[in-house]
Design a protein around this ligand. Structure first.
Ligand SMILES: [Zn+2]
Length: 172
């Protein structure tokens, strides 16, 4: 073959080859070389394995721990200061160390703030904003929710709207 690559050239291209970023011609040359060169083939197999490991490491999965489950079960109570001190400290620690938990906590605070700020708005604006927020939230989690959770969610929204309606009649 006229354009035969040397081992050094193949190794220099290895990263791109493994990630499938070479143009088809160049890829063909590397293919050809790997077929005939056990040394480069071994390097290729090793590189491929490493790249696959990195790609399959889902950063989200890493944080779906038992601790995170506990955190999710207690986040509302935590924000409302309903937990005993020991549990509260534990939940706080999880929120600091687990990015998923931290994100959830931020979302919850945003949610609370929104609820709080809403007191400054008129009754109708408040209601529509609030419903929109809940609907957005539900849509975000739709993929992972089973029908049962959805029904519970819808029910929770209904209860909240009733409570809001009740509060609204008190405040306005
Ligand atoms: Zn070689």
């Amino acid at each position: 073959m006229q354009n035969e690559l040397t081992c050094n050239q193949v190794i220099a291209l290895m990263n791109f080859y493994v990630e499938d970023k070479l143009n088809s011609k160049l890829k063909e040359y590397v293919d050809e070389h790997l077929r005939n060169c056990p040394k480069c083939r071994a390097i290729y197999m090793r590189s491929k394995k490493i790249v696959n490991q990195v790609l399959s490491e889902n950063p989200n999965e890493k944080y779906q721990t038992k601790q995170y489950e506990e955190f999710k079960n207690n986040i509302s109570a935590y924000i409302d200061n309903e937990l005993d001190e020991k549990t509260s400290v534990r939940i706080k620690k999880i929120a600091i160390t687990n990015p998923l938990a931290r994100k959830d906590l931020e979302d919850m605070y945003t949610f609370k703030r929104l609820l709080h700020n809403s007191f400054d708005k008129t009754k109708s604006e408040w209601k529509s904003d609030y419903s929109k927020y809940i609907i957005n939230k539900l849509n975000q989690y739709e993929e992972i929710e089973d029908p049962f959770t959805k029904i519970i969610g819808a029910f929770a929204v209904m209860i909240m709207l009733i409570v809001i309606g009740f509060l609204a009649t008190l405040y306005f």
